[in-house]
Design a protein around this ligand. Structure first.
Ligand code: AMP
Length: 283
């Protein structure tokens, strides 16, 4: 069975309304396309828990700054359709930029505290763009369940807040990060890596693992845990670190000393050559 492709919000509303009228549960997976096994894991999970799975492919201009890769973000429409179908997705929501942001569009959703640090600090305006597009996509597709990757850890906290604060009638699910065999988190942007950079990139996974292991062995001093990451990463001076820090997993607070039973997230972002890589691990 092949997938249905929907390009307008009006048609998407009508289809979701009709599915809901038929009593079908709708799972939704928002993406920017150039799909890989990480996206496939989200779609498969959605398919295992819902009657119908909608996947959106939309490269959202609002979440890129002027110096980022919006204009060259990789695309593969045929490949995306194949992955959606193989992963048991049913509907591709594929709106144009003008469909999502018609002339006079002027609303922006700002989430507050949780967006001030880490990604939000290094990518000003990014989470406003994410929150705005995710709200629009949820309102367009009307899912019962929406699926997001742990790969974008802070984004999951931002969207959880968005859904709660705006009373959006949808439950959110987080799917573990899918990695290459050597530990690199799968990402659409990994195609930018040169061969040598691809080999070097595993250091991020190792740095996260070292800090997490230190935490599991009892270290609770936040700066010492951060040092484990920085020391590991220092073996690759070409990696231009933006942050390599840990924080309380639910709030992203950064206490001097973590509580004995704290759940902690270890977060790294930086540039390897021209490629921006982010990854994380939870204790
Ligand atoms: P993107 O297309 O990069 O915007 O990602 C769309 C969704 O897929 C987001 O919820 C991401 O967190 C998720 N995702 C991306 N890469 C991975 C991965 N390696 N493992 C799990 N989820 C991922």
């Amino acid at each position: 069975m092949s997938i249905i492709i929907i390009k307008t919000v009006k048609e998407m509303h009508a289809l979701s309304d009709s599915l809901r009228m038929q009593g079908k549960t709708i799972g939704f997976v928002p993406t920017m396309g150039f799909l890989h096994e990480g996206h496939a894991a989200l779609i498969q999970k959605a398919a295992s828990e819902n009657d119908i799975v909608i996947v959106s492919v939309f490269v959202n201009p609002l979440q890129f700054s002027a110096t980022e890769d919006y204009g060259i973000y990789p695309k593969n429409f045929e490949g995306d359709c194949a992955i959606i179908e193989q992963s048991h997705g049913n509907i591709l929501f594929y709106p144009t930029k003008d469909e999502m942001y018609p002339a006079n569009f002027s609303t922006s959703i700002s989430i507050g505290n949780i967006t001030n640090t880490f990604e939000g600090f290094f990518r000003p305006g990014h989470f406003e763009g994410v929150a705005t597009v995710v709200a629009k996509l949820l309102l367009s597709t009307k899912p019962h369940h929406a699926y997001f990757g742990q790969k974008d850890y802070q984004q999951t906290l931002v969207i959880q807040r968005l859904i709660q604060d705006l009373h959006i009638d949808c439950s959110m699910h987080i799917v573990p990060t899918v990695r290459e065999d050597d530990g690199l988190a799968k990402s659409s942007r990994n195609v930018y890596l040169q061969k040598e950079e691809r080999e070097q990139s595993t250091i991020i996974f190792k740095a996260l693992l070292n800090a997490k292991n230190a935490f599991l062995q009892g270290e609770r001093n936040r700066l010492i845990l951060n040092t484990y990451m920085h020391e590991t990463l220092s073996a690759l001076p070409q990696f231009d670190i933006q942050y390599a820090s840990c924080a309380e997993a639910e709030t992203l607070h950064e206490p001097d000393i973590f509580e004995e039973k704290s759940k902690v997230v270890f977060l790294i972002a930086g540039y390897l050559g021209k490629t921006r890589l982010i990854d994380n691990m939870v204790s």
